[in-house]
Design a protein around this ligand. Structure first.
Ligand code: BG6
Length: 487
């Protein structure tokens, strides 16, 4: 009997989770309806300057509609249109749909003891609507949408009390939905606090984002909270799968100079692996001491108890969800190397790659490398829960969107995933980001579109909200139907 299968894999497994991904704060709208409280995202102005504004020392989280436009307040009104939207996902053949539950819809201020029933009911309906079409719901518990009160009153995730608030929230929704929802993730892009502590930790300069001690403490609190959610989920039902979710950007050294090789090794250890190491292996990696030293953190100032470490060790995640949009290049030896403008994770320009309209370096092979690196390191199932091309789409006079550039991007990435399956990687599924156009997280724009479905709404919030199938809609439908053979 042959131990190894010599036949190349030409299609994705039958149970592969094809689908799409969104987040509550970026599409639901209804920001203050049916008891929902404001979230940090509701206080972020739209436009490319949103992080520059939030990063100014006097940013005070006041919502001032006379001064700024807040596109997240309206989203794409998915709160009203969810049945139509899910019907379109079903038409594409989705096997799963990744969405997040808005914490501020369930606990409007974050620190209440009783949940908001109207909020819970909304997700009951959303889940039931998915199940009607045999679409498996995949829930992100916390996706860039901390209740604003927890940022303002408690200072965000650096405050240990948030562990209790999160635990309450996670337990309420796990208990309510676990009979119908089998796949969960604890925190969206938990490692993104290296770049954006505002979204993932509710920290801005005035609440301490300039001090890495706060960012690290916030992570620690999130690791404990994540472990508690895993514990509770498995107590409820051992069949529930609960994962972490990290932002992964493949990083290359610019050349063979050992100095660049070493610098790149550290970039990977910190940006790509640090959080996953803790959540997957259940312990802080040996590189943590260096990470703290390099960021001038005095370990005495951190609150980390024995009990915390035991929890983290006892309840690692079941799988690794990750987003993949781009790769980056590390260069510490060339003073004048050109940085790549707009690349979310920075780095220098890679002459072998093209960039998106927003400057993100497009690199499908980097996804195959990412899958191999993650699987080789952790040997846990992987789930690509975000990937896609943010681009400007043009509606033709005939009412069509010919987005061949998006098809090409996704095709190359799907081929890379098939390559990784042939490399021996265990990959559970693929949920391209923003399967329906929604508000961009980094820029608050509608014009940065990812969807298979066009939504008629512009950056000023004007438009009919009509949903229109793009060319990529029909293409993805075929991909799913053929299990990835017709791409
Ligand atoms: C990820 C986030 O960083 O990338 C999403 O999890 C986000 O919330 C997505 O929308 C794409 O980024 P952007 O800034 O183009 O919306």
């Amino acid at each position: 009997m042959a131990v190894f299968n010599g036949t190349p894999i030409t299609q994705f497994p039958k149970d592969f989770l094809w689908g799409g991904a969104t987040a509550a704060n970026q599409l639901e709208g209804a920001w203050n309806q049916d008891g929902k409280g404001p979230s940090i995202d509701d206080a972020l102005p739209g436009g490319k300057a949103r992080f520059a504004i939030a990063g100014s020392p006097d940013f005070d989280w006041q919502i001032d509609e006379k001064k700024y436009l807040y596109p997240n307040h309206r989203g794409i009104e998915h709160y009203q249109y969810f049945k139509d939207d899910i019907k379109l996902f079903a038409e594409m053949g989705f096997k799963c749909y990744r969405f997040s539950v808005a914490w501020s819809r369930i606990f409007p201020q974050g620190d209440e003891t009783t949940p908001n029933e109207a909020g819970l009911k909304f997700y009951d309906q959303l889940i039931d609507e998915c199940l009607k079409y045999h679409i498996e719901p995949v829930i992100t518990i916390s996706h860039y949408e901390l209740p604003l009160n927890l940022a303002k009153k408690y200072g965000g995730w650096k405050n240990r009390q948030l562990i209790d608030f999160y635990q309450r929230f996670a337990e309420v929704i796990l208990k309510r939905y676990s009979d119908r929802v089998h796949y969960w993730m604890t925190f969206n892009e938990i490692n993104s606090a290296f770049h954006f502590p505002v979204m993932s930790q509710g920290l801005v300069p005035s609440t301490g984002s300039q001090d890495f001690t706060n960012i690290f403490q916030a992570w620690h609190n999130q690791f404990v909270a994540s472990a508690l959610a895993v514990k509770f989920a498995h107590q409820l039902d051992l069949n529930l799968k609960i994962g972490c979710m990290i932002l992964y950007a493949t990083s290359y050294p610019v050349d063979a100079d050992p100095l660049n090789q070493l610098a790149n090794l550290k970039v990977n250890q910190d940006l790509n692996f640090f959080c996953a190491d803790v959540q997957v292996r259940g312990k802080y990696p040996a590189t943590t001491a260096r990470l703290l030293r390099e960021h001038h953190v005095d370990p005495q100032k951190l609150t980390i108890t024995e009990q915390d470490l035991q929890l983290i060790a006892a309840y690692p995640v079941d799988y690794i969800g990750f987003s993949y949009y781009m790769s980056t290049v590390t260069d510490v030896t060339h003073q004048n190397a050109e940085n790549v403008a707009g690349n979310l994770v920075g780095g220098v320009k890679n002459p072998f790659l093209k960039t998106s309209d927003w400057g993100w370096q497009i690199d499908p092979t980097g996804l195959r490398i990412a899958l191999n690196q993650l699987y080789g390191r952790y040997q846990k199932p992987l789930f690509v829960v975000e990937n896609g091309l943010g681009a400007v789409d043009k509606l033709t006079v005939a009412g069509k969107i010919h987005d061949d550039y998006r098809i090409d991007y996704l095709r190359q990435h799907i081929k890379a995933m098939l390559g990784a399956l042939n490399d021996g990687v265990n990959l559970m599924g693929y949920t391209p980001w923003g399967c329906i156009d929604l508000v961009s997280a980094s820029t608050g724009q509608m014009s940065k579109r990812y969807g298979f479905i066009y939504v008629d709404l512009d950056d000023q919030g004007q438009g009919s909200l009509e949903r229109i199938r793009k060319d990529s809609f029909y293409w993805y439908q075929k991909v799913i139907k053929s299990q990835g053979q017709e791409i």
